[in-house]
Design a protein around this ligand. Structure first.
Ligand SMILES: Nc1ncnc2c1ncn2[C@@H]1O[C@H](COP(=O)(O)OP(=O)(O)OP(=O)(O)O)[C@@H](O)[C@H]1O
Ligand SMILES: [Mg+2]
Length: 235
């Protein structure tokens, strides 16, 4: 693990407005992630784990004057929408609890999709080759033309991981990736993530399971809208 900071959430604030009510989810959340690190964010349901992951990954915007996300020290949220989209598409891979595969597309089409979005350079055939090789790597070579509903939960999540990696992101953001799976299947998914991390991918994983948190290099707690400091070393 090198010692440079790849991703930083700085004084993040996020408020959701539900009708006339305001829900302040993140009050002042800061987190630094080192290149090649696996950081786990722990927190109870509703503490804002998904919210902070969305801000870090360029999926959702902090409040006005609600801090910033820095990627290699460069501001993400002061950039144009086009640049934010580019950051999200090229540097970040997302894995969700409920897979978020598009039901009408095949496994291969789902996996290729991020490579086709906003891309001027990637040819369809090279994107397909990349997606196919990732799916083969994750044991889904025989499922390329299947629809997600024809796959088991573990297979769907492996397809979702392939999709997250098709643009060769620097960082994988995983939001309770095993939360919908039985323990054995969940462990298979965690083994996949551990291997990717071993190969150099930076991982930020959200969970409320302390056993899963022990797999990473470091875990932090999100509580009362902030990341509690100092972080506890898991290993
Ligand atoms: N789009 C939204 N609009 C309004 N409120 C929201 C929205 N998204 C999240 N919230 C609220 O913000 C709070 C934090 O939600 P978040 O999904 O980040 O929590 P979480 O820690 O991921 O919880 P869980 O472990 O249940 O997934 C919750 O109270 C939730 O109801
Ligand atoms: Mg969540």
């Amino acid at each position: 693990m090198s010692s440079s900071i790849i991703l930083e959430g700085k004084n993040l604030k996020k408020t959701y407005e539900l009708g006339r009510a305001k829900v302040q989810v993140l009050l002042n959340a800061s987190l630094q992630v080192m290149q090649g690190e696996w950081v786990t964010i722990l927190g109870s349901s509703g503490s804002g784990k998904s919210t902070i992951l969305h801000l870090l990954g360029g999926l959702d915007r902090p409040d006005v004057d609600g801090g910033d996300v820095l990627f290699h020290g460069e501001s993400v949220w002061t950039r144009s929408n086009k640049q934010i989209n580019h950051y999200r598409n090229t540097q970040i891979g997302f894995v969700f609890q409920f897979y978020h595969l598009l039901p009408e597309l095949t496994v291969l089409e789902n996996t290729v999709l991020p490579a086709m979005i906003g891309s001027h350079s990637t040819s369809t055939s090279s994107a397909k080759d990349k997606a196919t090789s990732l799916l083969e790597q994750f044991g889904l070579g025989h499922r390329l033309q299947h629809r997600p509903r024809e796959l088991s939960g573990g297979e769907r999540q492996r397809a979702a991981i392939a999709r997250a990696l098709v643009n060769e992101p620097s960082i994988l953001l995983a939001d309770e990736p095993t939360g919908n799976l039985d323990e054995e299947t969940g462990n298979e998914i965690l083994d996949v993530l551990a291997q990717l991390h071993q190969d150099g991918l930076t991982v930020v994983l959200v969970t409320h399971n302390v056993e899963i948190a022990a797999m990473g290099n470091r875990s932090v707690h999100l509580r009362h809208g902030a990341i509690e400091q100092p972080a506890t070393l898991a290993q």
